[in-house]
Design a binder for this molecule. Structure first.
Ligand code: ADP
Length: 538
């Protein structure tokens, strides 16, 4: 017997129409150096339909790739919908990548047009001739004042929009590609992940659930996570689906500016990587805000950072785990009811976990070679593998030898994790960041967490350096809070009661800043390069 329910496709134009029909009066605010611009979902919907017309006028192919190179803004949200709702494929380019990577990605995806914010135009334009498929560059005014050359490929967003007619959106096939995003490629070339309409709609529903971000018509949501970093973690689709007001920081990503707009616009939900919240903390502490949730992921959320928010801002940080390959949200650390009456430290320890997979995602830990399952005892570790309708099956035209899935259909994450008896995930490390000492593994993440609980420490990253006897030993790279001084002994004494003796770093280096990746994570690759010749044995 077959079910007798309607079989309507899960396509992104359903999210668009829902927002257009029901939330026309809900505000959308975009910040810029010239002040905020105020609009509504109603205006956004009208402009998005006309942007669909612009893509037709520019002659973008039926499934052509539409590149974007910009900050979080209402215009970026227009592109987020106009491209997939007309059957094209949105391709968000990371404005902080190296030029060679940008060229590689635009050519690999075969972008036909790139929409560029004026403030970052000087980063983009020198590359345009290396991008062999790019025929049009559309400039979006974001308060920047970069000069534009006289070139027939360049046009102005608002001029095109004013001349365009609105189009109907009617995507029938949920399996079509909707958008693509490249991982920053810590090793080898960047790898393209291609999201479908179906995967995006299902991910949106999961992101909306109370076990994740819990967005609703009562929220004012601000994605600080860039719209070029893994779909702004789904907020750009979830907010229109839920009717949450949206606040976009635009180019105003400085910590003071972020704290100010959170307060001024009554933001209730926001999300970004830990380094962002580290910077914002002193500007938000003690301010009258309306935040109910701060989402954080992309790398381990230090327990000390979450606790500092609880104490100084009035709410702890909500940790989520995911990857570009998982759309990205796959698990979250919303505290279970059983912990309601637990003491603060127990709760904080629990919040330092990546948490329970969202419904729709299954997770397992296995031996990476034999695929032997590891016990859920919170001690044994293994490669974290996931499966579900918003996890990638394969990369887009991958380099030879790049394999994402196991033979039995699970996605290999490259993360090493333990799981407790509830299946809550605790990320131990990325495989490539684990430190191998005398045949045993040391978790750099655990060491960093312990060092960052020292009151004088602002940031800490731990990398393995070569050792003749032990293979590798940990080196702690520590950034002290402004005005503080500390000795290596002080840091090591702090660690002694917190970690196994053989985990203690062999050396502590005080540095001015931990180098960051293009999406603001600690760049262990750069640190390893910096300390490649470091000698622990002299
Ligand atoms: P990139 O590879 O460019 O960093 P992603 O943003 O896709 O791109 O990174 C995904 C990786 O980020 C995960 O595999 C994991 O190592 C790390 N990560 C994400 N969330 C967390 C978290 N909550 N705790 C620890 N690591 C995390």
């Amino acid at each position: 017997m077959r079910g007798l329910m309607q079989d309507s496709p899960l396509t992104i134009d359903t999210i668009f129409r829902h927002a257009e029909q029901h939330y026309g009066d809900v505000p959308i605010v975009t910040n810029s150096p010239k002040g905020v611009t105020r609009s509504t979902y109603g205006e956004w919907a009208d402009r998005t339909r006309r942007l669909g017309g612009v893509l037709d006028t520019l002659g973008i192919s039926a499934d052509g790739r539409v590149g974007t190179f910009g900050w979080n803004s209402q215009r970026h949200l227009e592109l987020y919908f106009a491209a997939p709702c007309t059957g094209r494929v949105l391709h968000t380019l990371n404005i902080r990548l190296f030029p060679e990577q940008l060229t590689y990605i635009a050519n690999h995806a075969e972008d036909e047009v790139v929409f560029v914010d004026r403030s970052v135009f000087p980063l983009f334009w020198p590359l345009v001739d290396t991008m062999t498929t790019v025929r049009h560059v559309v400039v979006m005014e974001d308060g920047g004042d970069a000069e534009l050359p006289d070139d027939p490929r360049i046009s102005d967003y608002e001029t095109l929009l004013a001349a365009a007619s609105p189009v109907e959106f009617d995507v029938r096939d949920e399996s079509l590609a909707a958008s693509m995003c490249y991982t920053s490629g810590t090793t080898g070339n960047p790898k393209g992940v291609v999201y479908s309409h179906r995967s995006t709609v299902l991910h949106t529903m999961a992101a909306l659930s109370p076990n994740a971000f819990g967005l609703s018509v009562r929220d004012v949501a601000m994605p600080v996570v860039p719209m070029f970093h893994a779909n702004a973690w789904g907020i750009a689709q979830a907010a229109p689906a839920a009717g949450s007001a949206l606040v976009f920081p635009g180019p105003m990503m400085q910590p003071e500016a972020l704290a100010k707009i959170i307060v001024d616009e009554g933001v209730t939900f926001t999300a970004g990587v830990p380094t962002i919240w580290q910077g914002v903390l002193p500007h938000l502490a003690g301010q009258p805000h309306k935040l109910r949730e701060i989402g954080c992921g992309g790398s381990a959320v230090p327990k000390a950072l979450s606790e500092a928010y609880r104490e100084q801002v009035g709410l702890p940080i909500l940790q989520a785990w995911g990857m570009t390959e998982t759309s990205p949200v796959a698990s979250s650390g919303v505290l279970a009811k059983r912990l309601e009456d637990a003491d603060d430290d127990t709760k904080a320890t629990e919040r330092a976990r990546a948490g329970i997979p969202l419904f729709g995602v299954e997770a397992r830990i296995v031996d990476a070679d034999s695929l032997e399952p590891q016990p859920w005892d919170d001690t044994a570790t293994g490669e974290l593998q996931v499966r579900g309708p918003w996890c990638a099956k394969e990369y887009y035209n991958p380099d030879a030898g790049t394999v994402l899935s196991t033979e039995d259909g699970w996605m290999k994450t490259g993360d090493v994790a333990a799981m407790d008896r509830y299946g809550s995930i605790r990320i131990a490390d990325r495989t490539k960041d684990l430190i191998k000492s005398g045949g045993e593994w040391i978790s750099s993440v655990d060491l960093e967490n312990a060092i960052m609980s020292h009151p004088k420490v602002a940031e800490a990253a731990v990398v393995g350096v070569k050792h003749s006897k032990w293979d590798e030993r940990p080196l702690a790279c520590v950034v002290l809070k402004q005005g503080e001084t500390a000795t290596a002994e002080e840091i090591l004494d702090h660690l002694k009661p917190l970690v196994a003796k053989w985990w203690l770093p062999d050396a502590v280096e005080f540095i001015d800043e931990v180098p960051k990746t293009s999406v603001g994570k600690f760049s262990k690759k750069d640190l390893r390069a910096k300390f490649a010749e470091y000698s622990l044995e002299s």
